[in-house]
Design a protein around this ligand. Structure first.
Ligand SMILES: NC(=O)c1ccc[n+]([C@@H]2O[C@H](COP(=O)([O-])OP(=O)(O)OC[C@H]3O[C@@H](n4cnc5c(N)ncnc54)[C@H](OP(=O)(O)O)[C@@H]3O)[C@@H](O)[C@H]2O)c1
Length: 321
């Protein structure tokens, strides 16, 4: 891609929490212009204040639901009105639902696909033409789409999320193919493993148990730095941890082993079986912005792992799927 100007313009969706918040703060610390989007306005304003304090050249808050194509169009237009260009876009908006395929309520299932998959398409639909027409015929700028290690796997109790992330990964491949004629346009893919953010507690849940980031758990700040690095170097490897590669290898090359152990590994490593959860739509259908934050405060993965093993050994905490 063409090199970034001295003070780049970065648009971040999902900017009010977790990885999007950390990416915005990292860009602000480097003196960039940041445009911040998510559904809830108060938590966005909070992040804007943090970004100004961190050193952002400017902040612009545009409350936006990425599942709404017209709203995304207006978001991109507002950014161009303010800055007249776009150097980077990070689509970090995302939601999770736990439960068996047939048990997740239809509006929640569709809501996860709407934000994670259709949201990614909506962002690409309005961002890519801008990147293509910048840079004197070569194109200019990077679109980063947030996938996940589960976009390469099957995982119990996470059907809509898994489907959405497989879709995002394929969307990246499509966009790369379609933009080969513009060497200045970067389409970056970032697939985190476990990151300590609020997404697990914000999740819709009919599974009955709490989710948590699987080890090795990265901080939101670390993931944010890695995401921002992909804005500058869109060709970088998308997998954020080596553990992603191990589990992907298992799924692809020894599926008979993977399928036998994933239910138990997931229950022990990616849940907190000691914390029952009542059925909830979480933040899938509407923002619960009071719970947006930089990190998820999940604490020690080892402690939960030991607790989960003990719960299993005493016959409790068996997820329904
Ligand atoms: N944390 C992990 O372990 C992990 C692992 C792999 C991949 N990821 C991916 O990384 C991305 C960021 O996740 P995170 O962990 O940082 O989550 P998070 O802390 O829950 O943040 C999610 C952000 O998305 C916003 N959002 C949700 N629905 C939206 C919508 N329809 N339109 C616009 N904004 C919306 C939320 O704000 P509002 O609710 O106010 O809109 C919030 O700012 C997601 O794509 C997630 O799938 C995370």
């Amino acid at each position: 891609m063409s090199s970034l100007p001295p003070v780049p313009v970065l648009l971040v969706t999902g900017a009010s929490s977790g990885i999007g918040r950390a990416t915005s703060l990292e860009a602000a610390a480097q003196g960039w212009h940041v445009v911040l989007a998510a559904r809830g306005v108060s938590s966005l304003e909070e992040v804007a204040a943090e970004c100004r304090k961190a050193g952002a050249a400017s902040t612009l808050v545009v409350p936006t639901d990425v599942g709404d194509d017209t709203a995304v169009e207006a978001l991109v237009a507002a950014t161009l009105d303010e800055h007249d260009r776009l150097d980077g876009v990070v689509n970090s908006a995302g939601v999770v639902a736990y439960g068996r395929t047939e048990e997740v309520p239809v509006e929640v299932f569709d809501g996860v696909l709407r934000t994670n998959l259709h949201g990614s398409v909506n962002v690409a639909r309005h961002v890519v033409p801008v990147l293509r027409r910048q840079g004197d015929g070569r194109g200019h700028g990077t679109l980063v789409l947030l996938g996940s290690v589960v976009g390469h796997l099957s995982v119990p109790s996470m059907s809509p999320y898994v489907l959405s992330k497989w879709g995002v990964r394929v969307l990246v491949q499509q966009l790369r193919l379609e933009n080969r004629d513009r060497p200045g346009v970067g389409i970056a893919y970032v697939a985190p493993g476990g990151v300590d953010t609020p997404i697990y507690r914000q999740a819709a849940n009919v599974a009955g148990f709490a989710g948590r980031p699987p080890p090795p758990v990265a901080s939101a700040e670390r993931a944010g730095r890695q995401v921002l690095d992909h804005v500058v170097h869109p060709g970088r490897r998308g997998q954020l941890t080596l553990a992603n590669d191990v589990v992907r290898f298992g799924h692809q090359f020894v599926p008979w082993v993977y399928d036998r152990i994933i239910e138990t590994s997931f229950a022990i490593g990616a849940t907190d079986l000691r914390r029952p959860v009542e059925p909830t739509a979480g933040n899938v259908l509407a923002s619960r912005e009071q719970d947006n934050a930089l990190d998820g405060r999940h604490g020690s993965a080892l402690r939960d792992l030991v607790g989960n093993v003990a719960t299993r050994l005493t016959g409790g905490g068996r997820p329904r799927s």
